[in-house]
Write a protein that binds this ligand. Structure first.
Ligand code: NDP
Length: 521
């Protein structure tokens, strides 16, 4: 492995090469008003190389803080976040157009929990492990598995959760002792900049966390400089990231798109199921990777379920969140091209025979809003059932039985989350186990994401790797296996040269004794 000095030298050489520096600015728009909030620098490859060189210089000191020193900074940041929650929420809302409730519950609540969780559990997940082995050749030796920070981590994030999904992944990477460069979405860079400012105030050394504002090219450039890349975004971009990481032979953790199914069995508590369907399809205006994107309902309860959901969705207030808590339930569509996808999916469904029970239209500006929409008479020839819509739409399909629901739920290239509703929890769990997804909830939805002890990652094209749990911090480290021979350190081992018939036979006999007592039939 190259030394830190070699890395720094290489980065500086690259930084001094005549790669383009764009020097442009990116205007950050408030999707709820159409107004420009602020501009940020559009960094180019040269800027990223310089940042990487600085990050590598800063990392050894940060690693030397140890778990206690790093945990102290994270715990101060937790308090800073709570003290500044209004300012952070306003920043999130200004660049995403989401409601204050969505910013508070799924972003500030998440990050507050995550700072404390990683400060507490990081040391435990990364502690040296003393390994026991049944291997005779290592009897009496000390076996250790240890984790050490990789060095420089690149985090690339999407626009839907600037705090949770862009900044959130920096927390365990920092706790592990790495430097981090975060490339937020060009649409929503302001929250990341504010969090970096907060962490500096809390004592994070200069350059340990840097924010690379820029477009997709800045993300691509970042991959060329880091020791590991943590990517959250679309499956399409995730493939490019995986290819670039493979060329450099660096690990990549990919959290990608989803098309989460919900299954409602005929014995479900329909009121609870309908509330969950309405909330978890429309929360964050449907712009959540683990939103409920499609529902399969057993025939006997289909009509009642559809009536309940439609009534609840029809009652939702949509619009600018500027009034604060309690004013609207559904905020803006953050990313302009997403609105075209939502409109296309609804139009495609209607052209193929679907009915719109409520919603179905873009709302007049200013700002970008789409009416919360319930679609029925849908099937798998329609985009709304097979492609990620990422908007406030809920297509509901009638199925004959649970088997058909499971078959359709699995008829997708995606496999992020899923939910099953049944009063028979054991049956619900049995069905959840048949769904090809990284996470599944019974009589619940999305709740697994808040459980930081549980891994969260996608199956199929929804991702590779996971966040949270022990793996969610170990991935920012390299493993080192250490064997220490202290006691019984003889001058020579039995199996060494010169080979002698007697000892070789003795060893062959020993293996037969150890491994030859089983049966072949
Ligand atoms: P994108 O894939 O379009 O972008 C994600 C990030 O990658 C952005 O910062 C983007 O920069 C950057 N990027 C673009 N091109 C490249 C490149 N060639 N190399 C490196 N980075 C690049 O996703 P969205 O921002 O549209 O986010 C929405 C998607 O994210 C949805 O599919 C959603 O399901 C998924 N998601 C998944 C989650 C999960 O946990 N599985 C959680 C949240 C969202 P820029 O924006 O500047 O172009």
């Amino acid at each position: 492995m190259a030394s830190v000095e070699q890395h720094v030298e290489q980065e500086i050489l690259q930084a001094e090469s005549p790669i383009s520096r764009r020097g442009d600015e990116i205007a950050v728009e408030n999707p709820a008003t159409g107004e420009t909030v602020r501009t940020v620098p559009d960094l180019g490859a040269q800027d990223i190389a310089e940042m990487a060189a600085r990050a590598r210089r800063a990392q050894p000191e940060w690693e030397a803080y140890g778990f206690d020193g790093r945990a102290r900074v994270l715990l101060r940041a937790q308090k800073w976040l709570m003290d500044n929650s209004q300012r952070v929420a306003e920043t999130i809302v200004s660049e995403t157009g989401k409601t204050f409730e969505d910013a508070n519950l799924a972003e500030i609540g998440y990050a507050g929990n995550a700072f404390g969780f990683w400060a507490k559990h990081g040391p435990e997940y990364l502690a040296d492990e003393s390994i026991k082995s049944s291997q005779v050749l290592v009897k009496g030796k000390k076996l250790i598995l240890r984790y050490r920070p990789l060095g420089l981590i690149g985090v690339i994030g999407p626009w839907n959760y600037p705090l949770t999904n862009s900044f959130g992944d920096c927390i365990p990477a920092l706790m592990a002792g790495n430097s981090v460069i975060l490339k937020p979405s060009e649409i929503t860079p302001l929250t990341s900049l504010l969090m970096a400012e907060g962490l500096r105030e809390c004592g994070l050394p200069e350059d340990v966390l840097q924010i690379a504002t820029g477009r997709g090219e800045a993300g691509a450039a970042l991959i060329e400089h880091v020791d590991m890349i943590m990517f959250t975004g679309s499956t399409r971009t995730g493939r490019k990231v995986a290819e670039a990481a493979a060329r450099r032979l660096i690990p990549a953790s990919l959290e990608l798109g989803g098309k989460d199914p919900m299954i409602v069995l005929s014995d479900a508590d329909l009121e609870r199921a309908a509330n969950f369907a309405a909330y978890f399809s429309m929360q964050n205006a449907g712009q959540t990777c683990i939103s409920i994107e499609r529902v399969y309902v057993e025939e006997p309860v289909y009509d009642e379920f559809v009536a309940k959901v439609s009534e609840k969705v029809r009652a939702l207030r949509v619009g600018s969140p500027k009034g604060g808590f309690g004013t609207v339930e559904v905020g803006a569509i953050t990313f302009p091209p997403q609105l075209d996808i939502i409109k296309d999916h609804v139009q495609d469904a209607v052209q193929k025979g679907a009915r719109v029970l409520t919603g179905g239209r873009q709302m007049p500006g200013p700002g970008r809003f789409y009416e919360p929409t319930v679609l029925v008479d849908v099937n798998h020839t329609m985009k709304c059932m097979t492609e990620e819509t990422f908007g406030p739409t809920l297509p509901i399909m009638k199925v004959a039985d649970a088997d058909e629901a499971v078959r359709l739920a699995n008829d997708s290239p995606y496999g992020l989350g899923a939910s099953v509703f049944s009063r028979d929890a054991a049956r619900g769990e049995a069905i959840a186990r048949r769904i090809e997804s990284g996470a599944a909830n019974v009589n619940d939805a999305m709740i697994n994401y808040t459980v930081l002890e549980l891994p969260m990652g996608g199956a199929k094209t929804s991702g590779i790797g996971s966040r949270h749990g022990a793996g969610g911090i170990r991935k920012y480290c390299s493993q080192q296996a250490i064997v220490v021979t202290a006691k019984l350190a003889m001058k020579k081992e039995l199996f060494m040269y010169p080979y002698k018939t007697r000892t070789s036979r003795l060893l062959a006999g020993l293996f037969k004794l150890l491994y030859g007592r089983g049966k072949r039939a």
